[in-house]
Design a protein around this ligand. Structure first.
Ligand SMILES: [Zn+2]
Length: 314
Protein backbone atom coordinates (compact mmCIF):
# COMPACT_ATOMS: atom_id res chain seq x y z
CA UNK A 1 0.00 0.00 0.00
CA UNK A 2 2.82 2.36 0.96
CA UNK A 3 4.53 1.65 -2.35
CA UNK A 4 1.38 2.54 -4.31
CA UNK A 5 1.03 5.83 -2.45
CA UNK A 6 4.68 6.71 -3.04
CA UNK A 7 4.38 5.89 -6.76
CA UNK A 8 1.18 7.90 -7.14
CA UNK A 9 2.83 10.84 -5.35
CA UNK A 10 5.76 10.67 -7.78
CA UNK A 11 3.36 10.49 -10.75
CA UNK A 12 1.42 13.53 -9.47
CA UNK A 13 4.67 15.44 -8.95
CA UNK A 14 5.76 14.66 -12.53
CA UNK A 15 2.35 15.72 -13.86
CA UNK A 16 2.63 19.02 -11.97
CA UNK A 17 6.14 19.63 -13.20
CA UNK A 18 5.39 18.75 -16.81
CA UNK A 19 1.78 19.54 -17.74
CA UNK A 20 0.57 18.09 -21.06
CA UNK A 21 1.06 21.35 -22.93
CA UNK A 22 4.72 21.51 -21.93
CA UNK A 23 6.83 20.42 -24.90
CA UNK A 24 9.68 18.17 -23.85
CA UNK A 25 12.64 18.34 -26.15
CA UNK A 26 15.64 16.06 -26.45
CA UNK A 27 18.65 18.07 -25.26
CA UNK A 28 20.94 17.08 -28.15
CA UNK A 29 18.71 17.31 -31.20
CA UNK A 30 15.96 19.63 -29.98
CA UNK A 31 13.44 17.10 -31.34
CA UNK A 32 10.12 16.74 -29.54
CA UNK A 33 9.73 13.84 -27.16
CA UNK A 34 6.44 12.21 -27.62
CA UNK A 35 5.17 8.91 -26.50
CA UNK A 36 3.87 6.73 -27.81
CA UNK A 37 4.74 7.10 -31.52
CA UNK A 38 1.60 6.65 -33.68
CA UNK A 39 0.92 3.06 -34.69
CA UNK A 40 0.87 1.86 -38.27
CA UNK A 41 -0.08 -1.51 -39.67
CA UNK A 42 2.09 -3.12 -42.32
CA UNK A 43 1.20 -5.79 -44.85
CA UNK A 44 4.46 -7.67 -45.55
CA UNK A 45 3.75 -10.38 -48.11
CA UNK A 46 0.83 -12.30 -46.57
CA UNK A 47 1.72 -11.22 -43.07
CA UNK A 48 0.05 -8.28 -41.35
CA UNK A 49 1.66 -6.63 -38.32
CA UNK A 50 1.40 -3.54 -36.16
CA UNK A 51 4.34 -1.34 -35.16
CA UNK A 52 5.16 2.25 -34.27
CA UNK A 53 5.62 4.74 -37.07
CA UNK A 54 9.30 5.11 -36.14
CA UNK A 55 9.86 1.34 -36.28
CA UNK A 56 8.28 1.30 -39.73
CA UNK A 57 10.52 4.15 -40.90
CA UNK A 58 13.69 2.27 -39.83
CA UNK A 59 12.75 -0.80 -41.93
CA UNK A 60 11.64 1.35 -44.87
CA UNK A 61 14.77 3.55 -44.98
CA UNK A 62 16.95 0.42 -44.72
CA UNK A 63 15.10 -1.17 -47.64
CA UNK A 64 14.84 1.94 -49.82
CA UNK A 65 18.29 3.59 -49.57
CA UNK A 66 21.80 2.08 -49.46
CA UNK A 67 23.02 2.14 -45.84
CA UNK A 68 26.40 3.34 -47.11
CA UNK A 69 24.82 6.71 -47.99
CA UNK A 70 25.62 9.93 -46.11
CA UNK A 71 23.78 10.37 -42.77
CA UNK A 72 22.01 13.55 -43.95
CA UNK A 73 20.73 11.75 -47.07
CA UNK A 74 19.42 8.94 -44.83
CA UNK A 75 17.68 11.56 -42.66
CA UNK A 76 16.03 13.13 -45.73
CA UNK A 77 14.88 9.64 -46.75
CA UNK A 78 13.52 9.01 -43.23
CA UNK A 79 11.45 12.21 -43.38
CA UNK A 80 10.12 11.33 -46.86
CA UNK A 81 9.09 7.82 -45.76
CA UNK A 82 7.60 9.01 -42.46
CA UNK A 83 5.56 11.57 -44.40
CA UNK A 84 4.47 8.87 -46.82
CA UNK A 85 3.20 6.58 -44.05
CA UNK A 86 1.49 9.46 -42.20
CA UNK A 87 -0.26 10.54 -45.37
CA UNK A 88 -1.55 6.98 -45.79
CA UNK A 89 -2.65 6.82 -42.16
CA UNK A 90 -4.28 10.21 -41.79
CA UNK A 91 -5.18 11.49 -45.28
CA UNK A 92 -5.24 8.98 -48.06
CA UNK A 93 -5.78 5.35 -46.96
CA UNK A 94 -4.60 2.73 -49.43
CA UNK A 95 -7.26 1.33 -51.75
CA UNK A 96 -5.31 -1.90 -52.17
CA UNK A 97 -5.21 -3.09 -48.55
CA UNK A 98 -6.64 -2.41 -45.10
CA UNK A 99 -3.21 -1.95 -43.55
CA UNK A 100 -1.68 1.55 -43.45
CA UNK A 101 1.19 0.52 -45.74
CA UNK A 102 2.56 -2.56 -47.49
CA UNK A 103 6.09 -3.62 -48.42
CA UNK A 104 5.34 -3.99 -52.15
CA UNK A 105 7.27 -1.30 -54.09
CA UNK A 106 4.63 -1.39 -56.82
CA UNK A 107 2.06 -0.19 -54.26
CA UNK A 108 3.74 1.54 -51.25
CA UNK A 109 7.45 1.40 -50.36
CA UNK A 110 9.95 -1.35 -49.68
CA UNK A 111 10.34 -2.46 -46.05
CA UNK A 112 12.63 -5.01 -44.39
CA UNK A 113 12.43 -6.60 -40.95
CA UNK A 114 15.40 -6.62 -38.59
CA UNK A 115 16.02 -10.31 -39.27
CA UNK A 116 15.93 -9.78 -43.06
CA UNK A 117 18.43 -6.94 -42.64
CA UNK A 118 20.68 -9.16 -40.52
CA UNK A 119 20.76 -11.58 -43.42
CA UNK A 120 21.36 -8.86 -46.02
CA UNK A 121 24.13 -7.02 -44.17
CA UNK A 122 25.85 -9.95 -42.44
CA UNK A 123 28.76 -8.71 -40.33
CA UNK A 124 27.99 -5.09 -41.25
CA UNK A 125 24.59 -5.37 -39.54
CA UNK A 126 25.48 -3.52 -36.31
CA UNK A 127 27.22 -0.68 -38.15
CA UNK A 128 24.46 -0.16 -40.71
CA UNK A 129 21.52 -0.73 -38.38
CA UNK A 130 22.76 1.84 -35.88
CA UNK A 131 23.45 4.29 -38.72
CA UNK A 132 19.88 3.97 -40.05
CA UNK A 133 18.37 4.08 -36.56
CA UNK A 134 20.33 7.26 -35.80
CA UNK A 135 18.99 8.91 -39.00
CA UNK A 136 15.44 8.00 -37.96
CA UNK A 137 15.88 9.08 -34.32
CA UNK A 138 17.53 12.36 -35.28
CA UNK A 139 14.43 13.27 -37.32
CA UNK A 140 11.92 11.65 -34.98
CA UNK A 141 8.38 12.81 -35.75
CA UNK A 142 9.53 15.24 -38.48
CA UNK A 143 7.44 15.28 -41.65
CA UNK A 144 6.99 17.36 -44.80
CA UNK A 145 3.96 19.57 -44.98
CA UNK A 146 2.42 21.72 -47.68
CA UNK A 147 -0.46 24.07 -46.81
CA UNK A 148 -1.21 22.12 -43.62
CA UNK A 149 -1.38 18.78 -45.39
CA UNK A 150 1.15 15.98 -45.36
CA UNK A 151 3.10 16.29 -48.58
CA UNK A 152 3.22 13.63 -51.28
CA UNK A 153 6.89 12.86 -50.64
CA UNK A 154 7.67 10.64 -53.63
CA UNK A 155 11.28 9.88 -54.55
CA UNK A 156 13.35 8.00 -57.11
CA UNK A 157 16.88 6.70 -57.54
CA UNK A 158 18.61 9.17 -59.88
CA UNK A 159 17.92 11.78 -62.55
CA UNK A 160 19.88 13.08 -65.55
CA UNK A 161 20.48 16.69 -64.43
CA UNK A 162 16.87 17.57 -63.61
CA UNK A 163 14.04 15.85 -61.80
CA UNK A 164 10.62 15.56 -63.52
CA UNK A 165 7.41 17.48 -62.87
CA UNK A 166 4.64 15.22 -61.56
CA UNK A 167 2.18 16.14 -64.33
CA UNK A 168 4.54 14.68 -66.94
CA UNK A 169 4.49 11.29 -65.23
CA UNK A 170 1.13 11.00 -63.46
CA UNK A 171 -0.94 13.73 -65.21
CA UNK A 172 -1.65 15.68 -61.99
CA UNK A 173 0.42 18.79 -61.25
CA UNK A 174 1.54 19.12 -57.61
CA UNK A 175 2.96 22.54 -56.60
CA UNK A 176 6.08 21.12 -54.91
CA UNK A 177 6.69 18.23 -57.34
CA UNK A 178 8.26 20.41 -60.04
CA UNK A 179 11.37 19.84 -62.14
CA UNK A 180 14.48 20.96 -60.22
CA UNK A 181 18.23 20.66 -60.77
CA UNK A 182 19.94 17.62 -59.26
CA UNK A 183 23.72 17.13 -58.98
CA UNK A 184 24.37 13.39 -59.59
CA UNK A 185 26.26 12.12 -62.63
CA UNK A 186 27.92 9.02 -64.07
CA UNK A 187 30.78 9.62 -61.59
CA UNK A 188 28.50 9.40 -58.55
CA UNK A 189 25.86 6.85 -59.65
CA UNK A 190 26.62 3.23 -60.62
CA UNK A 191 25.05 2.29 -63.97
CA UNK A 192 23.87 5.87 -64.51
CA UNK A 193 23.78 5.26 -68.27
CA UNK A 194 22.45 1.89 -69.44
CA UNK A 195 21.83 0.50 -72.92
CA UNK A 196 19.85 -2.37 -74.35
CA UNK A 197 20.27 -3.61 -77.90
CA UNK A 198 17.49 -5.56 -79.62
CA UNK A 199 17.59 -7.16 -83.04
CA UNK A 200 15.34 -5.51 -85.59
CA UNK A 201 12.90 -8.43 -85.33
CA UNK A 202 12.79 -8.38 -81.52
CA UNK A 203 12.29 -4.62 -81.46
CA UNK A 204 9.35 -4.87 -83.83
CA UNK A 205 7.87 -7.83 -81.98
CA UNK A 206 7.96 -6.09 -78.60
CA UNK A 207 6.39 -2.94 -80.02
CA UNK A 208 3.77 -4.70 -82.14
CA UNK A 209 2.59 -6.76 -79.20
CA UNK A 210 1.22 -3.53 -77.75
CA UNK A 211 0.59 -1.72 -81.05
CA UNK A 212 -0.36 -4.25 -83.74
CA UNK A 213 -0.99 -1.46 -86.26
CA UNK A 214 2.66 -0.36 -86.22
CA UNK A 215 4.20 -0.46 -89.69
CA UNK A 216 7.91 -1.12 -90.19
CA UNK A 217 7.77 -1.70 -93.97
CA UNK A 218 9.36 1.65 -94.85
CA UNK A 219 12.97 2.80 -94.63
CA UNK A 220 14.70 2.00 -91.31
CA UNK A 221 15.46 5.67 -90.77
CA UNK A 222 11.68 6.27 -90.55
CA UNK A 223 10.99 3.57 -87.94
CA UNK A 224 11.69 5.89 -85.05
CA UNK A 225 11.12 9.60 -85.65
CA UNK A 226 9.57 12.84 -84.44
CA UNK A 227 10.96 12.63 -80.90
CA UNK A 228 9.70 15.39 -78.61
CA UNK A 229 11.38 16.18 -75.33
CA UNK A 230 10.25 17.54 -71.96
CA UNK A 231 12.13 20.53 -70.51
CA UNK A 232 13.91 18.06 -68.18
CA UNK A 233 15.43 16.35 -71.23
CA UNK A 234 13.30 13.22 -70.90
CA UNK A 235 11.48 11.85 -73.91
CA UNK A 236 7.92 13.24 -74.04
CA UNK A 237 6.80 11.22 -77.05
CA UNK A 238 8.08 9.61 -80.24
CA UNK A 239 6.65 7.98 -83.35
CA UNK A 240 7.55 4.29 -83.67
CA UNK A 241 6.35 2.44 -86.78
CA UNK A 242 3.93 5.31 -87.37
CA UNK A 243 2.38 5.12 -83.86
CA UNK A 244 2.98 8.00 -81.45
CA UNK A 245 3.77 6.79 -77.92
CA UNK A 246 4.91 8.53 -74.73
CA UNK A 247 8.44 8.24 -73.37
CA UNK A 248 6.96 6.62 -70.29
CA UNK A 249 5.37 3.91 -72.41
CA UNK A 250 8.60 3.27 -74.31
CA UNK A 251 10.40 2.96 -70.98
CA UNK A 252 7.90 0.37 -69.72
CA UNK A 253 7.62 -1.51 -73.00
CA UNK A 254 11.37 -2.09 -73.31
CA UNK A 255 12.09 -2.34 -69.57
CA UNK A 256 14.37 0.72 -69.56
CA UNK A 257 15.45 2.36 -66.29
CA UNK A 258 14.19 5.87 -67.11
CA UNK A 259 12.34 7.93 -69.72
CA UNK A 260 15.52 9.87 -70.57
CA UNK A 261 15.79 7.81 -73.73
CA UNK A 262 17.66 7.84 -77.00
CA UNK A 263 17.71 5.41 -79.93
CA UNK A 264 20.34 4.29 -82.40
CA UNK A 265 19.95 1.93 -85.32
CA UNK A 266 23.17 0.07 -86.00
CA UNK A 267 24.53 -3.18 -87.38
CA UNK A 268 23.53 -5.21 -84.31
CA UNK A 269 20.03 -3.81 -84.17
CA UNK A 270 18.33 -1.00 -82.28
CA UNK A 271 20.04 0.33 -79.18
CA UNK A 272 18.01 2.14 -76.53
CA UNK A 273 19.99 4.15 -74.00
CA UNK A 274 18.58 5.60 -70.78
CA UNK A 275 20.12 7.92 -68.20
CA UNK A 276 19.14 7.84 -64.49
CA UNK A 277 16.79 5.42 -62.78
CA UNK A 278 13.13 5.78 -61.83
CA UNK A 279 10.18 8.06 -62.62
CA UNK A 280 12.22 11.16 -61.81
CA UNK A 281 9.63 12.86 -59.57
CA UNK A 282 10.47 14.30 -56.12
CA UNK A 283 13.73 13.62 -54.29
CA UNK A 284 16.56 11.94 -56.16
CA UNK A 285 18.25 9.57 -53.70
CA UNK A 286 21.67 9.77 -55.36
CA UNK A 287 21.25 13.53 -55.72
CA UNK A 288 20.49 13.74 -51.99
CA UNK A 289 23.65 11.75 -51.30
CA UNK A 290 25.78 14.06 -53.47
CA UNK A 291 24.27 17.12 -51.75
CA UNK A 292 24.95 15.60 -48.32
CA UNK A 293 28.57 14.80 -49.28
CA UNK A 294 28.95 18.48 -50.22
CA UNK A 295 27.76 19.57 -46.76
CA UNK A 296 23.98 20.01 -47.17
CA UNK A 297 21.83 18.90 -44.22
CA UNK A 298 18.55 17.03 -44.57
CA UNK A 299 16.50 20.23 -44.36
CA UNK A 300 18.38 21.74 -47.33
CA UNK A 301 18.05 18.50 -49.29
CA UNK A 302 14.29 18.30 -48.71
CA UNK A 303 13.65 21.95 -49.53
CA UNK A 304 15.64 21.57 -52.78
CA UNK A 305 13.61 18.57 -53.96
CA UNK A 306 10.21 19.60 -52.53
CA UNK A 307 10.29 23.41 -52.95
CA UNK A 308 7.64 25.28 -50.97
CA UNK A 309 7.12 22.54 -48.38
CA UNK A 310 7.92 23.00 -44.70
CA UNK A 311 9.09 20.64 -42.00
CA UNK A 312 6.74 20.08 -39.08
CA UNK A 313 6.92 17.79 -36.05
CA UNK A 314 4.17 15.49 -34.84
ZN1 LIG B 1 0.56 -0.77 -50.43
Amino acid sequence: MKKIIVISLIVSAITLLFPASFALREPETGALWYSPSPLVTLLDGEHSQSMTLEEYVVGAVAAEMPASFEPEALKAQAVALRTYAMRKKYMEPSQNHEETVCSDIGCCAAWMSESALRERWGEDFDKYYSKITAAVNDTRGVYLSYENEMALAVFHSSSPGRTEASENVWTTAVPYLVSVETPESAETVPNFITSVTLSRDDFQEVFKKQHPSADFSGAETDWIKGAEYLPSGRLASVEIGGVRVTGREVRELFGMRSADLSFEIGEDGITLTSVGYGHGVGMSQYGANVMAASGADYREILSAYYPGTELLEI
